[in-house]
Design a binder for this molecule. Structure first.
Ligand code: NAD
Length: 527
């Protein structure tokens, strides 16, 4: 009876086609359907249905778009617009985005296979990034450097020019807006290449930006493949900064090209976050927090807590509660469109296969999950077979040399190890090439700060996980990348300083002091 009632309630969420467009193309350049441009489908990974087709830009389109972005930049219509104007437009865009969130959350769910409960909450926060940078823009000041001599040296921040942003599939709109907001605030022209697997919301957002007052051509979206469109954008010598969120190897490949062009570079790359649970932690919170860290987005976040470290004396109790939690997540999986569903699919069948292969190769012992999901959901009767669903998986008895300890799996799979004391916990947490996120669970205040200071990660959460805020710098150490998103740091990374030095000495003094080639042998300049 209960099951029937739930399925009935879930039924309105079952249909997946809701697009007002069959095809999307580069925004704002291409008249859809013209020319011999290649098209590729966007697939809903939860059921294998084609959602729409994307018209890919040709090499000439990429060049035209970047040249146009440069002309718009040079025109000053945005790059030299008053700070108040740019700030007002970003605020307008935040309000327009608020109205679109329910629609965009449905699209995000369909193109990623993530649950609607995740996408509604994630998208609900995105206007904050636009509001934050609108406000920051109004409060940033130029300064006067204490230069010696009768000189007035003011230092201003000016935009870079045309900047490129390459974004991944896992948080399509969140990551795009995290990058677009500071770049627009600083006055740049922005070219975005969203993931070919999930480009739709970014294309929609670019149109919304124009409606909100961002001049046409200031924000361009080129939705092609990484190996063609992405590479062509990154290589273009007009691009003054590349900001990429991607796998570490992609970041490395792109970094080499960017370095050759002397462009700025921000790279948000892979991670393998450790979760260190001490014996004095509040156990229930630690179990819930670890499950969230590991399985939100089906483990497809760069800060997924995938290496779980449990202090010896609480290992058995923790594992019994944790396994119960993981089983309950699996029991309540269903149609990602159903707001009661706990965990969605992974992004594609190819990715599902990669996860399966990595799990098959491990030397550890699989105690829960360990395979793709088939059959129908207990929650709402949804058929998992046509989608790319992987069972939430727990693996124990693993050595730090194992591939699953060292490499990102980007799926709902955790590996667990015991540790004896604080020193061993920290050493194990750091025994990996990545350094993005980390979680520490303890009720000992001194230990929390001590361990946080020792862990090599750009983001350390204590008694919580995956907190993200426009004001909080986000980025990694070691192989997790370079540079930071969010906060003043991101805003400054999208601008450069310009130092203007004005001689304010009266003409007679200037005539005598600044005549370097006078007959007098002593140098007279101040500096
Ligand atoms: P990916 O590396 O496959 O692709 C990311 C983007 O790069 C896509 O738009 C792709 O088309 C593009 N790309 C690929 N090769 C390119 C090339 N040669 N030139 C230009 N562009 C190219 O990554 P993905 O599978 O979409 O996303 C998952 C990865 O992103 C994971 O490794 C994850 O950890 C990382 N990520 C990091 C963060 C962070 O904040 N550090 C956040 C989210 C995701």
């Amino acid at each position: 009876m209960l099951l029937r009632a739930i399925s009935h309630r879930a039924r309105p969420f079952m249909q997946s086609r809701c697009f007002h467009r069959e095809r999307y193309g580069p925004y704002p350049y291409v008249d859809l359907g013209q020319g011999d441009r290649q098209q590729f489908p966007v697939i809903n990974p939860a059921n294998g249905e084609e959602l729409c087709h994307i018209v890919s830009p040709t090499s000439e389109d990429v060049e035209t778009a970047i040249n146009n972005a440069q002309s718009i930049f040079d025109s000053g219509v945005w790059s030299k617009a008053s700070v108040l104007h740019r700030s007002q437009v970003l605020s307008n865009l935040a309000r327009a985005l608020e109205r679109k969130i329910p629609e965009y959350a449905v699209i995000e769910t369909m193109q990623t296979g993530r649950t609607t409960r995740e996408m509604n909450i994630q998208l609900g926060r995105l206007p904050e990034w636009l509001d934050y940078y609108a406000a920051l823009l109004r409060t940033t000041n130029s300064y006067v450097a204490p230069t010696q001599g009768k000189l007035l040296n003011y230092v201003q921040r000016v935009p870079l020019g045309v900047v490129a942003q390459i974004t991944p599939f896992n948080h399509p709109l969140l990551i795009a807006i995290k990058k677009i907001a500071p770049a627009l605030a600083a006055g740049n022209s922005v070219v975005v290449k969203p993931s070919e697997l999930a480009p739709i919301t970014v294309l929609e957002f670019a149109e919304l930006a124009t409606e909100a007052g961002v001049p046409e051509g200031v924000l361009t979206v080129l939705p092609g493949l990484g190996s063609t469109t992405g590479k062509e954008i990154v290589q273009n010598p007009l691009i003054r900064k590349v900001d990429i969120t991607a796998g570490t190897q992609t970041g490395r490949n792109i970094g080499t090209i960017v370095g050759g062009n002397f462009a700025s570079f921000t790279a948000e790359l892979g991670g393998k976050a450790p979760i260190v649970v001490f014996n004095d932690a509040d156990l229930i919170s630690a179990v819930n927090g670890t499950a969230f860290a590991a399985f939100v987005a089906s483990g497809q976040t760069c800060v997924s807590g995938t290496r779980i470290l449990i202090q010896n004396d609480i290992y058995d109790t923790f594992m019994s509660l944790f396994n119960e939690k993981v089983e309950s997540i699996k029991r309540r999986m269903g149609n990602p469109m159903n707001p009661r569903s706990t965990m969605g699919s992974v992004i594609s069948m190819n990715h599902l296969k990669r996860i399966e292969d990595m799990v098959m190769r491990t030397s550890g012992k699989i105690i829960l999950g360990g395979g793709r999901m088939t059959g129908t959901s207990d929650l709402d009767g949804f058929d998992f077979s046509a989608g790319s669903f992987y069972s939430p998986t727990v693996i124990v008895g693993i050595e730090p040399e194992d591939e699953l300890w060292q490499e990102e799996i980007f799926g709902p799979v955790v590996v667990v190890r015991k540790f004896q004391d604080e020193a061993e916990g920290v050493a194990l947490a750091n025994s990996c090439k990545y350094g993005l996120g980390a979680g520490i669970w303890t009720s000992d205040l001194s230990r929390a700060h001590r361990v946080a200071a020792e862990i090599q990660a750009g983001l350390c959460w204590v008694n919580t996980h995956h907190r993200n805020d426009p004001s909080s710098p986000w980025g990694g150490m070691k192989d997790s990348g370079i540079g930071r998103e969010n906060g003043l740091e991101a805003f400054e990374s999208y601008s450069q300083t310009k130092s203007t030095i004005v001689n304010i000495a009266p003409p007679d003094e200037t005539r005598s002091l600044d005549d370097w080639f006078s007959d007098s042998p002593e140098g007279k300049r101040y500096g």
